[in-house]
Write a protein that binds this ligand. Structure first.
Ligand code: ROI
Length: 159
């Protein structure tokens, strides 16, 4: 049994609805259960600025799936949401990223865990801190320390 943090993001086709639906679907992943979810947040795009703002969130799941089986399941969900990806670092209907799996470090062609950019991204770290403010990354960096170096440019969406 592993604990996995999943980052959710969307900026096309009613992004709030995309994320709410995706959270319900995460709760029904095989051999898994949803343990916690952050609020939804509006965030300014990282990458090309000529794209809509994003809605972001983080979920914590408990799963018996192996990392690559989890990745397959998440990619299937992205497909089910009719994922459109127009360009690198561009707009998308649903993005599901594995941020962390326990203290595992995975560096394979298909999957890098922790997510390589997670430690620099406010749209990952602030929702993460809502779920687990005491979190420490496998490289020893604490979430608390990382957050002091980042502007909180997110706007929490009222439920
Ligand atoms: N920017 C924001 N704000 N939120 C995201 O989820 C997101 N996802 C991405 C890129 C294009 C890097 N920018 C993002 O993949």
């Amino acid at each position: 049994m592993a604990l996995a943090y999943i980052g959710l993001g969307a900026n096309l086709d009613q992004p709030q609805q995309q994320l709410k639906q995706a959270l319900r679907e995460l709760a029904h992943l095989p051999e898994s259960s949803l343990v916690a979810q952050s609020s939804l947040y509006h965030s300014k795009p990282v990458g090309p600025q000529d794209q809509p703002d994003y809605v972001n969130a983080v979920a914590l799941i408990e799963t018996e799936l192996e990392p690559l089986a989890l990745l397959d399941a998440l990619q299937q969900l992205e497909q089910d949401h009719g994922r459109i990806r127009k360009r690198h670092w561009g707009e998308r209907t649903l993005d599901l990223d594995i941020i962390l799996i326990d203290d595992q470090i995975i560096d394979s062609e298909r999957l890098q865990v922790p997510h390589p950019f997670a430690q620099q991204r406010s749209f990952v770290l602030f929702p993460l801190s809502e779920i687990n403010p005491q979190l420490t990354f496998p490289n020893g960096m604490s979430l608390e320390q990382l957050l002091t170096e980042l502007d909180n440019d997110l706007i929490r969406i009222r439920a």
